[in-house]
Design a protein around this ligand. Structure first.
Ligand SMILES: [Zn+2]
Length: 644
């Protein structure tokens, strides 16, 4: 039963927002300034990992354009023997076949080697563990998302986004790296993948696969024959004690080899972090710098989860050609592949009994509602299976409390309770299907306070109250039969402009009657900040399932509220109109569960600390599987405390 009282979720949400709004002090690496972009600035705290992402200049037209060909291996002499290395890894001892308890996780492999007593033995061990990880994840096809912001220098704010790009797909973790994109434009030829800014003499091409290539240091030849390993020191990453090694390719070992630093945990000797780049680069191509993090989400393995990439030098006298920062997130490792065998093992008869209180026939209205609920259930289940929706969890309790506040104070009593779910992707969007409101992770991240959250939810609640039900066609199950990567072309929940206008009007009415009525100034500030960023952040504002918050450079959602509140003022440090991405929601890459990030407040000390809608480096607090401390903390550098 619904609670007939409204309440602020303040205790949780406000404290989270206070923390998320504030940027780590005295952490140069957390700031997108020029210094942080240079290799020299990488303190032990800031590792760049090994990303083989490449940017190619125009004369790189001759360079490989297919995703597979964009990997460094393919373009380098080092790749001359890929078959041999592949079969070598296949010849490794089989992993134990037993299933990990209550999970489809690969069983931990038991090393046959004794505990290492010398650094040489440690090197042998982590090389072995790296190959075991590749084998364990070889059948997985997780979701991979890269959100990239091109940077330009602003005299007051430093490097700020001037444009953005968004890539979403599934990556095949097998030996031949492949990915399928969810977004149509990446499915076609090279022309449409020529993303990025045009310059007079060159254009930059981002290869989406490149950003996820860095999940491993070297997929084919990570061994002593190709690399030198130098032990540096011991260091804690979060709760995990690590051994730190510098890794350099041997002479003549080929192009596109990993060059950088790795952190190896000191119990099973798995690599938990990689930071660096690839070298040497092929002509007319760059390898990006990357910082790649893994989480101990299943026993025995550390799973690649976050990759931060950054390029650009804004110091005086530098004629910069390429400047960007990008977050790559990987999740959905445990998604079913949808094989027939898989389906058969899933068949269970849980409850076939009709639980209706009395044996009544459905009235026409009841039948209509049943029909709509069937469509709603189909869509939610399908989106979850595609790795786009988090399973119901803690974040939904917060969202439902806010919806409840709006309902109670407006005397709304719907025949079925309103449910909420978190869309796992970054672009800012909401939509509703039946009585379920869906809101994206990226949007929850950037909202500055609970009133702003209430505002975006109120628009969807208004659709539900007004009966703007979309998607009843999805009650036909044949419409759920499509491949995961074609989800966006098979599902859509965009309303016509008249319904959008009516929902906005109703939403403002709901807000005015609610406990959030006194805080609509904050909502106005958020909308102003959104309006100010519409042209630069087109990809972030391009929705894939619902109506956009802004379109063609103009705010389209709740625009009547954008006049409320004070003017935007970067110099007012206490005015935080929108947060950086990544400050609120963390997603467990193995099972897709979403949780609120727990961070300690850090003071904003300059306008550059605000970073509205921006991506920042990742700084997850590492912990071991099963330990009390959550191991999935993907706090970004913007809200981590390096002093810990
Ligand atoms: Zn709408």
């Amino acid at each position: 039963m619904r609670t007939w009282k409204w309440m602020f979720t303040a205790a949780l949400l406000v404290s989270v927002s206070a923390a998320a709004q504030q940027v780590a002090e005295s952490q140069p690496s957390a700031q997108p300034d020029a210094a942080a972009a240079t290799p020299a600035a990488s303190s032990p705290a800031t590792a760049d990992t090994t990303a083989p992402a490449t940017a190619q200049t125009t004369d790189a037209v001759a360079a490989p354009s297919s995703p597979a060909a964009s990997t460094p291996v393919a373009s380098t002499p080092a790749a001359s023997n890929p078959v041999a290395s592949t079969s070598a890894s296949a010849a490794e001892p089989q992993a134990a076949q037993a299933q990990a308890p209550a999970s489809t996780a690969p069983a931990p492999t038991v090393s046959t080697l004794p505990q290492p007593t010398t650094m040489d033995q440690v090197v042998d061990r982590f090389i072995e563990r790296e190959h075991a990880l590749m084998k364990a994840l070889g059948t997985r096809t997780p979701v991979v998302e890269t959100y990239l912001q091109d940077l330009t220098a602003d005299p007051q704010l430093g490097p700020v986004p001037s444009g953005d790009h968004y890539f979403l797909g599934r990556i095949d973790m097998g030996v031949s790296v492949d990915r399928k994109d969810y977004l149509k434009e990446q499915n076609t030829g090279m022309e449409t993948r020529l993303l990025g800014g045009f310059h007079k003499l060159y254009k930059v091409q981002y290869e989406p696969t490149g950003f996820s290539w860095m999940v491993y240091a070297d997929r084919t030849e990570f061994d002593r024959a190709h690399y030198e390993f130098h032990y540096i020191r011991r260091e804690f990453l979060g709760d995990v004690r690590c051994l730190v090694f510098d890794v350099t390719p041997k002479k003549n070992s080929g192009r596109g080899r990993f060059l950088g630093r790795i952190w190896v945990e000191d119990q099973e000797y798995n690599i938990v972090r990689l930071n660096g780049t690839y070298a040497p680069a092929p002509r007319n191509s760059y390898f990006f710098h990357m910082d790649s993090w893994r989480l101990n989400l299943i026993p025995g393995y550390w799973v690649p989860s976050y990759i931060y990439s950054e390029e650009g030098d804004f110091s005086a006298g530098v004629k910069n050609k390429l400047a960007f920062k990008a977050q790559t997130r990987i999740w959905g490792y445990d998604l079913k592949k949808g094989d027939k065998d898989d389906e058969l093992t899933q068949i269970r008869v849980d409850s076939v009994k009709d639980e209706s209180p009395t044996a009544q026939d459905a009235s026409p209205l009841q039948a209509e509602r049943e029909w709509q609920q069937q469509a709603e259930d189909n869509v939610i289940e399908r989106l979850t299976r595609a790795g786009l929706l988090a399973p119901e969890g803690d974040v939904d309790h917060i969202l439902q409390t806010v919806v409840n506040n709006l309902e109670v104070t407006n005397n709304i009593d719907l025949p079925r309770p309103v449910r909420t779910r978190v869309l796992l992707t970054a672009p800012l969007e909401t939509f509703s299907v039946g009585n379920t409101i869906v809101i994206s992770r990226g949007l929850i991240d950037v909202l500055p306070d609970e009133a702003s959250l209430a505002a975006v939810l109120s628009h969807e609640l208004a659709h539900i109250v007004l009966g703007h039900n979309l998607g009843s066609k999805y009650a036909f199950n044949d419409r759920m039969l499509f491949s995961d990567d074609s989800t966006y072309s098979n599902l859509g929940f965009k309303h016509i402009p008249e319904e959008e206008a009516a929902a906005d009007k109703k939403a403002i009415e709901l807000l005015n009657n609610s406990p959030y009525a006194q805080k609509l100034d904050n909502v106005g500030l958020f909308l102003k900040s959104l309006q100010a960023h519409t042209t630069q952040l087109n990809a972030l504002l391009t929705t894939h399932l619902g109506n956009p918050l802004a379109e063609n450079g103009t705010l389209s959602r709740l625009s009547a509220l954008s006049t409320k509140g004070p003017a935007l003022d970067n110099n007012k440090l206490d005015q935080v109109a929108a947060l950086p991405l990544g400050g609120r929601i963390k997603v467990n890459p193995w099972d897709d569960k979403a949780e609120m990030v727990k961070t300690a407040p850090v003071a904003i000390t300059s306008a550059r600390d605000k970073m509205p809608f921006e991506v920042t480096p990742f700084y997850p607090r590492l912990g071991r599987y099963g330990a009390a401390t959550p191991s999935t903390t993907p706090a970004t550098a913007a809200n981590s405390n390096p002093g810990n």
